[in-house]
Design a protein around this ligand. Structure first.
Ligand code: PLP
Length: 421
């Protein structure tokens, strides 16, 4: 069993330990440090973010409109500085990735191109416990095309008595409905259970049955080791404020596989930023689309949140997803072992124990508890997250959380549970 001393030892040997200094760590009103385990919901602020935002504010003050060309990082090209590091994070080619809009917006834009229902093939497959926004978006697209979600929405259900979705269940739903599915839209890590779905298996099955396939990587980008180019879904979308630490409401990332890079006949909603950038400012009424993901852009993007993103992506470039994923597995592995050792039948770990089937998030179901347990956790100086009816979500983030913090969380939870017995 892990002890606090062992946790400290792991921290002292952790090659990524110094990255923590590159983040602002939350404190309580007296300035005492809090245990922050909510990077799955809002990642912490990179220290450099403030400086980078101020740089743009100063460039705006100094240059006015000329900042588009003469800012330190010229604004007309600002998003391009983010493309390469973002592509690295998700394992894509640079021209497959674009930072633009926000997540739900990009999900709609991608469905415009990749949800093309017909009479015989009009269904969308989503996961059980899908994030509500995704469900609303998908249902609205179904209605927009004149279909009814009662007929056209299929849910990938978990196995009997539980929250876990097995490979067999995935295979089975394609066998039953594959020919009717127009689009498969699955998260990489489910926001509620923390299960990381087998993206390769899902893509292979989707191809076998002729369905389009897209992934919502809101809980996967910056968390899992992804190789989107190789897995080859049609598209993927993700936000940048969770594991990617780019600030509240910051921009979304969007992936469109290379196989569609030159497919200008795909239906899409278009704005001027999709136009060939060399001649964009000639303002011609004749559209010439850019190839690749850039050809899905609508607007000139907001510079200030991109400045935050630049600060965050620099840290990902230093760390590398391989090392982060490695440490992440150790942190959650330790947390799960410690939780298992708490001799209390009301604790049930919803997230898969198998490393390949989870990311940084561990969802702990506490049966027979109510929100008061979470309130006690909060008042002990821990920032985690409560999901009705009875789930605590905890995400130790390898960029800034320590092994000792994981130990402290366990120790606190154990004491709180004792008071419930
Ligand atoms: C966080 C999250 C969202 C939020 O969408 P926004 O458009 O950024 O508000 C949507 N879907 C999933 C799966 C999420 O985890």
């Amino acid at each position: 069993m892990f002890t606090r001393e062992e946790a400290q030892l792991l921290d002292s040997k952790d090659p990524l330990a110094l990255l923590r200094n590159q983040f602002r760590l939350p404190t309580d009103s007296d300035g005492a440090p809090l245990l922050y385990f909510c990077g799955n919901s809002l990642g912490l602020q990179p220290v450099k973010a403030e400086e980078y935002v101020l740089r743009e504010m100063r460039d705006w003050a100094r240059h006015g409109v000329e900042g588009h060309l003469h800012a330190h990082f010229p604004w007309v090209r600002y998003h391009e500085f983010l493309t390469e590091p973002m592509a690295q994070v998700v394992g894509a080619l640079p021209h497959e990735v674009i930072v633009m809009n926000t997540l739900s917006v990009n999900l709609h834009l991608m469905m415009v191109s990749f949800f093309r229902p017909t009479k015989l093939r009009h269904k969308i497959l989503i996961e059980y416990s899908a994030f509500p926004s995704d469900r609303y978006a998908v249902e609205s697209q179904i209605r927009y095309h004149g279909f009814n979600p009662d007929d056209s929405l299929i849910v990938l259900e978990p196995d009997k008595a539980g929250e876990y979705v097995s490979s067999e269940a995935i295979e089975e739903i394609f066998t039953q409905h594959g020919e009717e599915i127009a689009l498969v839209l699955i998260g990489s890590v489910n926001y509620y259970t923390g299960q990381a779905y087998p993206l390769k298996q899902i893509t292979t099955l989707a191809r076998k049955y002729g369905c389009n396939v897209g992934f919502d990587l809101a809980h996967g980008a910056g968390n899992l080791k992804l190789n989107l180019h190789e897995i080859a879904p049609d598209f993927a979308v993700w936000c940048s404020y969770k594991y990617l630490n780019s600030g509240p409401g910051s921009l979304s990332g969007c992936f469109i596989h290379e196989q569609h890079a030159d497919n200008f006949n795909l239906p899409r909603f278009i704005g001027w930023w999709a136009h060939d950038k060399i001649n964009r400012f000639k303002m011609s009424p004749n559209l010439k689309l850019m190839r690749g993901a850039e050809g899905w852009q609508l607007s000139n993007p907001p510079i200030l949140p991109m400045a935050c993103m630049m600060a965050s992506l620099e840290i990902f470039e230093q760390a590398g997803m391989d090392a982060l994923y490695e440490k992440s597995g150790q942190l959650t592995g330790m947390l799960i072992q410690l939780l298992d050792s708490i001799d209390n039948p009301s604790i049930n770990i919803l997230s898969p124990v198998n490393r390949d089937e989870r990311g940084a998030q561990v969802s702990i179901q506490v049966t027979n508890a109510d929100r008061s347990i979470y309130d006690k956790i909060s008042s002990s100086g821990i920032i985690a997250d409560w999901r009705e009816p009875d789930v605590i979500r905890v995400a130790p983030v390898p960029l800034y959380n320590t092994f000792e913090e994981v130990y402290n969380f366990y120790d606190t939870l154990k004491q709180i549970l004792t008071s419930y017995e």
